[in-house]
Design a protein around this ligand. Structure first.
Ligand code: PLP
Length: 383
């Protein structure tokens, strides 16, 4: 018997099939007008992002990583400063801190939501203050897999302690918390348009959101070499970090169906939940939170065997992320070693992401869930 039909983990071809005419038309328009750098589509897309999120200002940049770095540069964070970041995240969240010369301080995750744990954050800030070597300056919260971090608690902590709160919303554009869209949950929000993100372009891209006009001006200046009022009026050392016109044009076409795609992701997540309840630990659904479902991730025991079993059935899975940053060679010197962030370490060993994209058919979702249940071979959900 031949193995069952392969399933893509993310199906960008299905999306292009749906949007081909609009995307091709948008790309041709850019080729015709030829304004490849900061052309009219960039400003058009920035206005559309403000409409989508309710943010006062959106600034298109070259990637999610650059968005985070620009956010830190705008706060003038550098040597001697501590920036608090979760350890259980994509490396960019911490690498930008090192990039500006500051030090990342790793914070543990909440074992229920898998996002940063505000109680642990508070303790780690206090420890840095006691030690006195670094100045606590900022917190970068990550909306892991698309679920907004606990911003109410984080905003309170940041305000009390005078820290900047930056949202790493690379995975969560389209989500919301208590009716407030991602983009307005922190004073600065960074997102990514990497192709596999909920709103992805055809290359690298990102954006910054803020309600503060002064900050937005700083972001615009930094993304264009530190430009002042005129092109060669250079008022700070900046970067080359603009969003390409072509990517903005592609994103404009994709925005037309974005709300519909987020709704489709929610539908698929519910379907996985129904099948898998009682078999694995399901992703949390905190009161008031709407997840963008960049990933559908569960916790399993015996992950390696489960993955191998699914692979034999032509079902791809991914592990985001197999090792927390405080145990990565590049970042270990900023961390406190194995055992110091128990939730992050446990999550890294048990998370498993299943195929998730808006074009996943209901029967494919059924097939994936049944294959996972049989691969678990009666293992009970992790305690
Ligand atoms: C993807 C991602 C980034 C980086 O975005 P790029 O556009 O790839 O630079 C940062 N943080 C998180 C949590 C991400 O998932």
């Amino acid at each position: 018997m031949s193995p069952p039909r392969p399933i893509p983990f993310i199906d960008l071809k299905a999306q292009y099939g749906r949007l081909r005419d609009a995307i091709d038309r948008r790309i041709r328009a850019v080729l015709d007008h030829g304004q490849f750098i900061l052309g009219p589509e960039v400003a058009e897309f920035e206005r559309a992002l403000c409409a989508l999120t309710g943010a006062g200002h959106a600034v298109g940049v070259s990637s999610g990583t650059d968005a985070l770095e620009i956010a830190l540069m705008a706060e003038e964070i550098g040597p001697g400063d501590a920036v608090f970041v979760p350890s259980f995240t994509f490396p960019a969240t911490a690498e930008v801190v090192v990039g500006v010369g500051a030090e990342p301080v790793f914070v543990d995750s909440d074992i229920e939501t898998w996002n940063v744990d505000p109680a642990d954050l508070e303790q780690r800030i206090a420890a840095v203050e006691r030690e006195g070597r670094l100045r606590p300056r900022a917190v970068i919260a990550v909306d892991l897999y698309g679920l907004p971090a606990p911003y109410e608690a984080l905003r309170g902590l940041a305000a009390t302690l005078g820290l900047a709160l930056i949202a790493d919303a690379a995975q969560s554009l389209g989500g919301s918390l208590d009716g407030v869209p991602v983009g307005r949950l922190a004073s600065v929000t960074a997102t990514s348009f990497f192709p596999a993100k909920p709103l992805g372009c055809y290359g690298d891209g990102g954006a910054l959101f803020t309600d503060d006009a002064r900050r937005a001006e700083l972001f615009r200046s930094i993304r264009a070499h530190g430009q002042g009022k005129a092109k060669y009026d250079i008022v700070r050392a900046g970067r080359n970090a603009r969003l390409d016109t072509l990517q903005a044009a592609i994103l404009m076409a994709k925005l037309e169906v974005f709300a519909d795609e987020i709704a489709a992701r929610e539908r698929i997540a519910r379907q996985y939940d129904r099948h898998l309840a009682g078999h694995v630990v399901l992703p949390a659904r905190p009161q008031g939170a709407r997840c963008a479902w960049a990933q559908y991730t569960v916790l399993v025991e015996g992950r390696d065997e489960v993955c191998a079993e699914l692979k034999a059935q032509n079902i791809p899975t991914m592990v985001y992320y197999p090792r927390p940053l405080h145990l990565q060679p590049a970042f270990a010197r900023y961390g406190t070693g194995p055992g110091s962030l128990p939730a992050s370490e446990r999550l890294s060993s048990q998370v498993l992401s299943l195929p998730m994209h808006p074009y996943l058919e209901a029967d494919t979702c059924d097939r994936i869930a049944s294959a996972l249940i049989s691969a678990l071979g009666g293992r009970s959900p992790v305690p």
